[in-house]
Design a protein around this ligand. Structure first.
Ligand code: SAM
Ligand code: SF4
Length: 321
């Protein structure tokens, strides 16, 4: 079992399998990065899998594949199948922008994937174009339909932004509600890679908008999720992630691995250790030591509250959000 210095059990690994993306979301990667990590520096699925096995053997029982856009990585379903075959009762999920989902959904489901989060910030094609800088909405919505059809559990992630999708909060809630898909509104997190003029909406504003149409009750936090949950009168539950709040840090159970092998104990910290050399040399004992050291040094709280106005340098497309 992996226990950190604050007595939290770490059982959740998020793997960003690529930093590359086919969208240019204004809040994440508005322009092509100055330099991509060269392909040869990216860990192969075999190398990643050898580390996943170490993690599972040490007590990780929840794995999420993310990116960049994970579906850009060829044969992703084979990687999912490796993990599933190693431990079929693992909670195996993925976060995607949904653009390539329609053709991939069945393959992913058959490989052992159970759940996906799809990022949908708008239901208007022209707004989707403005956010992703590409005509994406029809294809994304078709991807969601196909994922539901093949039996994947689908959640929607939405980043509410002033003057962009602020008028669509209720429409997105309704779109999710009628399909029985949970939605999580994620407060925009400033970072140096994002478009400078993006202004995120705070949870208080979102709750006021939702409250104008529905009555709901505060369900608080549930387990290890960073989402603050609310329940509408008809039982539908939605979540809001408030990164400036550190309420969820006391139950944080996650670590993150980037495509080039950096193991990160907290999204909001620059500290990280590389497992690349260890796994590429087949040195599993060293990989296990690095894992334990990263868990040991996991900070008590995220640094957003005390950042002194400093904007995070960490790119969401590298860490997988
Ligand atoms: N490309 C996939 C996608 O968009 O779902 C997976 C990677 S993306 C980095 C993971 C999540 O991070 C998405 O739901 C996205 O909306 C969110 N995200 C990216 N940049 C963000 C930011 N600056 N603030 C809040 N959420 C962000
Ligand atoms: Fe790509 Fe996802 Fe970032 Fe958008 S949020 S640019 S889809 S990685």
């Amino acid at each position: 079992m992996l226990i950190d210095s604050f007595n939290r059990q770490v059982n959740y690994l998020r793997i960003s399998v690529t930093e590359r993306c086919n969208f240019r979301c204004q809040y994440c990667m508005p322009e092509k990065p100055f330099s991509w990590v060269p392909k040869e520096k990216i860990l192969s699925f075999e190398a990643l899998f050898s580390f996943v096995k170490v993690c599972i053997d040490e007590g990780i029982n929840k794995v999420r594949i993310t990116g960049g856009e994970p579906l850009l990585r060829e044969d992703l379903h084979k990687f999912i199948r490796m993990i599933y075959d190693y431990k079929s009762d693992i909670d195996l999920a993925m976060t995607t922008n949904g653009y390539l989902l329609k053709n991939a959904a069945l393959r992913l489901k058959n490989a052992g994937l159970q759940r996906i989060n799809v990022s949908i910030d708008t239901l208007k094609p022209e707004v989707a174009y403005r956010i992703a800088q590409k005509d994406v909405l029809v294809q994304v919505l078709e991807g969601v339909n196909e994922a539901l059809r093949v039996g994947l559990k689908v959640k929607i992630n939405t980043v509410p932004m002033r003057g962009i999708n602020e008028g669509e909060i209720l429409d997105i809630l309704e779109y999710c509600k009628v399909r029985d898909m949970p939605v999580r509104f994620i407060e925009y997190m400033e970072n140096v890679h994002a478009q400078v003029d993006i202004k995120g909406m705070k949870s208080s504003e979102l709750l006021a908008i939702i409250g104008s149409q529905y009555s709901f009750c505060d369900e608080g936090f549930d387990g290890h999720s960073p989402s603050h949950y609310y329940r509408l009168d008809d039982g539908y539950v939605f979540g809001i992630i408030e990164p400036y709040n550190d309420d969820f840090c006391s139950t944080c159970n996650r670590i993150r691995l980037t495509a080039e092998g950096l193991l990160i104990p907290c999204l909001y910290f620059d500290e990280a250790m590389s497992i690349k050399e260890a796994v590429e040399q087949g040195n599993i004992a060293d990989a296990a030591l690095i894992l334990k050291e990263v868990v040991r040094t996991k900070p008590e709280k995220n640094r957003w509250g005390d950042a002194d106005g400093e904007v995070s340098k960490r790119a969401f497309y590298e860490t997988g959000g």
